[in-house]
Design a protein. Structure first.
Length: 139
């Protein structure tokens, strides 16, 4: 009898977690640039971010960068499209075509920022250390 109750509790918890997941889209485009950056900034990509409770999981891919990626970070701006400070480091493939990923526990303020469209990812590269691609995390 205990096993039936334990299994029922596990299943109901799993269903509750699955019901509370929120899915967000990521689309990478080149960072805003000036004429001098044309040879160092290019590429595209896409991915998803899933929020389950306070845990955010990011999985995305990019391609076409003029030089290998060096870092990928999650930033929080004051509004969608406005630059902000980095607060999370992602795992990034250190090539011109690859992936970014990571799983993090977010604070309530960071969750609110995510839901308000204030979070974005910046992928930096050897030729553009301040950023090559931006990807806003949006519903």
């Amino acid at each position: 009898m205990y096993q039936v109750w334990a299994l029922a509790a596990l299943l109901s918890t799993s269903l509750l977690v699955a019901q509370t997941e929120e899915k967000f889209k990521i689309r990478f485009t080149p960072v805003p640039m000036d004429l001098g950056m044309r040879s160092t900034v290019a590429g595209s990509g896409s991915g998803v971010a899933i929020l389950a409770g306070s845990k955010l999981t990011i999985n995305a891919a990019f391609d076409g960068m003029p030089s290998p990626a060096t870092a990928a970070k999650v930033h929080k701006g004051v509004a969608t499209g406005v630059r902000g400070s980095a607060f999370l480091e992602l795992i990034v493939t250190k090539t011109s075509k690859g992936t970014v990923s990571g799983t993090f526990d977010l604070s309530q303020d960071q969750i609110a920022g995510l839901k308000e469209g204030k979070l974005y990812i910046v992928i930096s590269s050897e030729k553009a250390p301040e950023g090559t691609l931006w990807g806003w995390i949006l519903k």
